[in-house]
Design a protein around this ligand. Structure first.
Ligand code: APR
Ligand code: PHB
Length: 390
């Protein structure tokens, strides 16, 4: 097979890039290790920056997001039995976020790819990348017992954290940065009404909790748990009871609970690999970085990578200008690191850390005091939450 851009990974990053390039007449083939049902079965975050929503529209698949997604112009931080609203729109010239699940984003992207006869090959095995430092790279893999090969101009590694692309960069070229937080999030999805019209990030003596949503009838909740806990340690009853104890009374008294339809524990960590380019291989999304989920930067940072890469590839193919590709890694990483800083700050401010000294605890308290008492501090939070400009 032959294509202009071979994209490894059919998650949101790979599909969005494929769709955007297609609209501009640039040919791609997407290789995905799993089935479509498997990819669509994963429950992930659900807060989209305005910039991401615009990319979905530009990719001609924003209609359902615009019809069903909810615009949120603020969220709450809860502590000491009280909710405090963080206004997003006032300090950001009317900016906001769209609450719409990543699973739905991915479903819309697959449907758009189908409609335009885009090639997405599923169930591919033993993907290998070759000749990445030449102008004629190629990709080999197996599908249905056959050995196949794609010749291309560029390879995009959008194959998530465990993918093959980052591992194809020689060790002496790549620098990895990592921070592992000493707790995880236990998440529950339930067919219940959201706890509040806007998200609540709650800091309490018992640990962090988050009330989020996918729609008015589907809610997503999280509580901070020790890394040693497993899902089996948490019955639905125990989960709801612990969640309520971490929320202000006014929220827990009216909280609608129900059977969990998904329950999982995710560790919290930050990770960045540099550079995001090696020859004609470009990394994007989780293949290059992971975010602790506090502040919903993961999917949004994947989208900003795709923005820079898409612009670079369009300039290359339509204007013969390689400036965007040359500066891709630098520009993408500059924004990724700002988002890492933000999610580290949100995580540090809102969670209980097992090794905290009394001094650390007081600093955490005063960090929140300062935020809630300073319009400037809240404006900085809002600016980061809605997404820094591309
Ligand atoms: N070959 C082909 N596909 C692969 C390979 C491989 N060797 N390894 C992994 N994949 C596929 C995975 O099955 C997955 O569907 O690559 C895809 C990567 O998708 P994601 O992990 O979702 O990563 P990405 O598309 O960058 O999405 C951004 O933002 O909110 C965060 O972590 C969240 O997934 C989210 C991410
Ligand atoms: C979610 O809805 O899953 C979610 C929302 C906001 C976050 C993290 C996760 O900061």
């Amino acid at each position: 097979m032959k294509t202009q851009v071979a994209i490894i990974g059919g998650g949101p990053s790979g599909l969005l890039l494929s769709q955007l390039l297609h609209v501009r007449g640039i040919d791609t083939i997407v290789l995905e290790k799993h089935t479509r049902d498997y990819v669509l079965g994963r429950i992930r975050a659900g807060v989209l920056e305005h910039g991401f929503a615009n990319l979905m529209r530009e990719a001609q698949c924003g209609d359902r997001m615009d019809a069903e997604g909810e615009i949120h112009e603020g969220f709450f931080i809860a502590r000491d039995n009280r909710k405090h609203r963080i206004d997003l729109s006032g300090p950001t010239n009317g900016n906001s976020v769209v609450v719409y699940g990543q699973t739905e984003v991915t479903r819309d992207l697959y449907e758009a790819r189908d409609k335009m006869n885009g090639i997405v090959l599923h169930d591919v095995q033993t993907v290998e990348l070759h000749d990445l430092t030449t102008t004629t790279p190629h990709v080999t893999f197996r599908q249905n017992g056959e050995n196949l090969r794609i010749d291309c101009d560029f390879v995009v590694g959008a194959d998530g954290f465990h993918g093959v692309s980052r591992k194809s960069i020689p060790e002496d070229v790549l620098t990895e940065y990592e921070k592992v937080f000493p707790f995880g999030w236990l998440g529950v999805l339930s067919h219940t009404k959201p706890a509040s019209p806007e998200l609540i990030y709650a800091s309490s003596d018992r640990g962090f909790a988050l009330c989020s949503m996918r729609s008015q009838i589907l809610s997503r909740f999280y509580i901070q748990v020790p890394l040693t806990d497993s899902v089996d340690d948490w019955s639905d009853k125990a989960f709801w009871s612990e969640l309520k104890r971490r929320l202000p009374d006014e929220v827990s008294e009216t909280l609608v609970t129900g059977a969990s339809i998904e329950k999982s524990i995710a560790p919290l960590r930050g990770y960045v690999a540099e550079p995001m380019r090696y020859g004609n291989l470009f990394l994007a999304g989780d293949a290059a970085h992971i975010f602790p989920p506090t502040g919903a930067r993961g999917l949004n940072s994947a989208a900003s990578d795709i923005h820079y890469l898409y612009q670079g590839l369009v300039d290359h193919y339509l204007s013969g200008d390689d400036g965007g590709l040359e500066t891709y890694s630098e520009r993408a990483l500059a924004r990724v690191w700002k988002a890492q800083r933000f999610s580290w700050m949100m995580t540090s401010m809102l969670h209980s850390f097992p090794d905290d000294t009394p001094y650390d605890r007081r600093l955490r308290e005063v960090e929140l005091d300062y935020l809630l008492s300073s319009a400037n501090a809240r404006a900085a939070l809002a600016e980061n939450y809605v997404g820094l400009p591309y």
